[in-house]
Design a binder for this molecule. Structure first.
Ligand code: ZN
Ligand code: ZN
Length: 147
């Protein structure tokens, strides 16, 4: 992995650049993420907000009220491609939607959240770290552990 990587939305209006160390990549099987992705799960990559830079276009966002945390969910104003989520309690933390990166071949999700609502046909790799739901403190727990 190089030190800077770029990505963007489906229509091309939004482009971004991320610098810094490769971060933890995780998958969430919760029903919200299933709706958000229009699929079986969502993938996210935690990056530090100061390492995320919008280089073209503009994002729109809405706030999803969660049980423990409110998430600002941002997407391309033109095509709606979800770009990132930011928890209101941790504005320094960006959960990037890494499927929007130009190069996704290096992504290796190592943590799975909400395994209890995973679709029954989804096979979670044996070497993954698996949580039945979201641990108290959420993804921030992993951050605080230095991952
Ligand atoms: Zn777009
Ligand atoms: Zn989720």
């Amino acid at each position: 992995m190089t030190e800077a990587y770029e990505g963007g939305c489906q229509c091309g209006a939004v482009r971004y650049r991320v610098t810094g160390e490769p971060a933890i990549v995780y998958i969430c099987h919760c029903t919200f993420c299933q709706v958000q992705s229009g699929s079986a799960f969502a993938m996210a990559m935690r990056v530090s907000a100061e390492n995320f830079q919008l280089t073209r276009g503009e994002l729109k966002s809405f706030v999803r009220q969660g049980e423990n945390v409110n998430l600002a969910c941002s997407f391309c104003a033109d095509c709606g491609t979800r770009i990132h989520h930011v928890p209101d309690s941790r504005p320094d933390l960006v959960s990037l939607k890494p499927g929007t990166l130009d190069d996704t071949g290096w992504l290796r999700p190592t943590v799975h959240f909400f395994a209890r609502s995973a679709q029954p046909w989804v096979k979670i790799p044996d070497d993954a770290e698996v949580f039945e739901a979201m641990p108290v403190g959420g993804v921030m727990t992993l951050v605080d552990e230095g991952r």
